[in-house]
Design a protein around this ligand. Structure first.
Ligand SMILES: Nc1ncnc2c1ncn2[C@@H]1O[C@H](COP(=O)(O)OP(=O)(O)OP(=O)(O)O)[C@@H](O)[C@H]1O
Ligand SMILES: [Mg+2]
Length: 380
């Protein structure tokens, strides 16, 4: 659709929204405001520079109006009016809901709950946590608090886990997005919704947008012929640029993938994901810590040797170890219930499950990631 048409639609919907508002038909009016804002966001996504900025601002205003009117409708039902100075709690969530996106407040998981990955934590602390704690100092040193981080590595190594912990440490709203559901839900409205998503993230700033399986969002161009993606990718990138620049409202984007080699090389090189961090299998020490974390709240015999258990679990991912602890606990639980005899989880309960499961990370997988690391170094 041409920008001219988009603006015409915006105007038409706005007219209707205002008419309906005067007639106190708030339900229909809210819907018209939302439509108007969507068209304007789409128009904004097709423009550049100052005009783009103005259109985004106007569209954000329409979105705000939509929420106010929507609340008004709900409030009348409740019998109490909520003003925009005193916003209702459900107000924001409803718009994320419209986009089919989960939004959590700041997650509970901390860096303490993430075993190992010390270098990653240090990197993220400098890049994200310190700037959020001391924005003035960050400004002085020209360190920006927003930006993109790509986490890649084998399954179950704690990518999603650490993303949540980062949000906690940065006191950021966690906006979690799964591209495969997104692509189907946003069918035909991808560009509009991306603009909407980033603007909502900014409203909730500091916030963290977490794209799981990000390789499906930025696939190699040769692999993907979808015209939606062809248009969406450059737009995503320009949105990211725009939002990173505004240091007063940091939006952090974290992407996670098991298959970084499937991603568009231009995206990897572009500097939008300026930190690319390998999340590998847990070290000996980290495995011990994961055993500790997962057995702390369970009845475990005192003589269980966690050093030994971590030694025999080379190649097991964090997810594997968490499964082992759960499975061992379930087995004993079942036995206790069926026999009526109390007992704790023993060393051999753990060992049995370890032998029955086997490691999920192979050396072939690791060497594939090593090769990719080399590729990144060469690309620099
Ligand atoms: N380093 C770690 N420290 C503590 N727990 C961990 C760690 N790594 C994995 N786990 C445990 O394994 C579970 C699964 O990890 P997570 O979902 O974060 O893996 P992932 O890397 O995102 O995997 P995938 O690539 O399959 O999405 C976590 O919920 C956590 O219980
Ligand atoms: Mg994950």
């Amino acid at each position: 659709m041409e920008t001219k048409e988009l603006l015409q639609f915006t105007y038409d919907h706005l007219q209707r929204a205002q008419d309906l508002e005067t007639k106190k038909d708030y339900t229909s009016s809210a819907a018209e405001y939302l439509e108007a804002s969507k068209f304007l966001f789409e128009a904004a996504s097709k423009s550049t520079g100052e005009i783009k900025k103005i259109r985004v601002e106007q569209a954000e205003k329409l979105l705000k109006k939509y929420r106010e009117i929507k609340e008004l409708k709900n409030s009348e039902k409740d019998g109490k009016i909520k003003t925009s100075e005193n916003p209702g709690k459900n107000q924001e969530a409803s718009t994320f809901e419209d986009l089919g996106i989960n939004i959590n407040n700041v997650p509970e998981i901390t860096f303490e709950d993430v075993a190992g990955l010390d270098e990653v934590k240090a990197q993220i602390t400098t890049k994200v946590i310190y700037p959020s704690k001391q924005p003035e100092t960050a400004k002085k040193f020209g360190v920006s608090s927003g930006g993109g981080i790509l986490l890649y590595g084998p399954p179950g190594t704690g990518k999603t886990h650490i993303a949540r912990a980062i949000a906690h440490e940065a006191k950021a709203t966690f906006i979690s997005i799964n591209p495969s559901t997104l692509l189907s839900k946003w069918f035909g409205e991808f560009e509009k919704n991306i603009a909407l998503l980033f603007s909502l993230a900014r409203e909730h700033s500091p916030s963290l947008i977490f794209f799981d399986e990000i390789d499906s969002l930025f696939p190699k161009r040769s692999k993907n012929n979808s015209s939606v993606m062809a248009r969406a990718v450059p737009q995503m990138l320009s949105e990211m640029d725009g939002y990173f620049k505004d240091i007063s409202k940091p939006v952090l984007v974290i992407g996670a993938t098991n298959n970084p080699w499937d991603m568009d090389e231009a995206v990897l090189r572009s500097g939008r994901f300026d930190e690319k961090v390998y999340i590998g299998p847990p070290s000996l020490e980290a495995r011990k810590r994961i055993f500790e974390i997962n057995s702390a709240s369970r009845p475990v015999e005192d003589n269980v040797d966690l050093d030994y258990l971590s030694k025999i679990t080379e190649g097991y991912s964090g997810a594997d170890i968490s499964y082992i602890c759960r499975k061992a606990a379930e087995t004993v639980f079942r036995e206790v219930v069926e026999s009526g005899k109390e007992r704790k989880i023993s060393q051999s309960d753990f060992v049995t499950v370890i032998h029955n499961t086997g490691p999920s990370i192979t050396s072939e997988m690791i060497s594939k990631y090593r090769k990719f690391e080399d590729f990144l170094k060469e690309a620099k």
